[in-house]
Design a protein around this ligand. Structure first.
Ligand code: HEM
Length: 221
């Protein structure tokens, strides 16, 4: 407990934990995206993949609980650090435009909170099946059918695309700055880490948003 307090009790340790948990969540997002893209391979391939995940049983529950723990640590420490920073600097800079802050970096808390709301809705939508009568009308084993039913509603699809834009913004800044928070710094390596955030953000946005957009356009049905 004392070691734990020492790590997350000081700003540098807490920043490192936010960075590591952020990179782990990014890994989950990339894995989830590659699985979801199987929707373009048709119902059989996608449902087989979903059934394969569910057949992991206990392992899946351990992974889910691990993911939840990582998520809570990331969110809790990021908000604490943000509040501490604000308390240390109660007055805004006179000219924010002169600061080296990008749009994405300024709105990390806002995009993070929008993602939190998205994840609650997303779990209610597809995992717990309590958010949409259209999704609930499809048998739980037909995850492909659930995705098509869910995204046939343009308002739902619009909210997903908006959430994916927030996710992309969050990752654009978050992934690159995670390396800085961890003290991983080298002029040659920096060229790569600075580009990694925007590249991952673009892949995640185009990849995830392509699913609701394709359903609405009737490309997958
Ligand atoms: C178009 C975008 C997305 C689609 C089509 C999609 C699809 C799905 C589906 C069908 C499930 C339920 C699987 C099942 O229980 O059978 C699910 C679960 C989940 N999704 Fe997504 N997802 C999308 C985007 C995202 C994003 C961007 C995140 C995170 C930022 C995310 C996080 C999760 C989580 C945490 C679960 C619960 C996993 C579990 O219960 O094991 N999803 N997703």
């Amino acid at each position: 407990m004392a070691l734990c307090d020492r790590i997350i009790g000081n700003g540098v340790g807490a920043k490192a934990v936010v960075a590591i948990t952020g990179l782990m969540l990014t890994g989950f997002v990339m894995a989830h995206l590659s699985g979801n893209l199987l929707v373009f391979a048709g119902p059989e391939a996608f449902n087989k993949y979903a059934a394969g995940l569910k057949s992991l049983g206990g392992i899946l529950w351990v992974a889910r609980l691990g993911l939840l723990g990582i998520f809570i640590l990331h969110l809790g420490l990021a908000i604490r650090l943000n509040l501490e920073n604000k308390a240390a600097r109660p007055q805004k800079y006179v000219n924010e435009a002169t600061m080296e802050a990008t749009f994405a970096s300024r709105y990390m808390v806002q995009t993070g909170l929008l993602l939190f709301a998205f994840i609650i809705y997303h779990l209610a939508h597809y995992t717990f099946r309590v958010a949409s009568d259209d999704v609930n009308a499809v048998p739980a084993e037909d995850v492909y059918g659930m995705v098509i039913a869910g995204f046939s509603n343009p308002i739902v699809s619009g909210f997903y695309v908006l959430a994916m834009a927030a996710l992309a913004m969050h990752l654009k800044h978050g992934v690159s700055s995670a390396f800085q928070s961890l003290g991983i710094y080298h002029p040659n390596l920096n060229v790569v880490t600075q580009k990694l955030g925007p590249i991952i953000a673009a892949i995640v946005f185009v990849g995830f948003a392509s699913i609701p957009v394709s359903v609405l356009m009737g490309c997958i049905k």
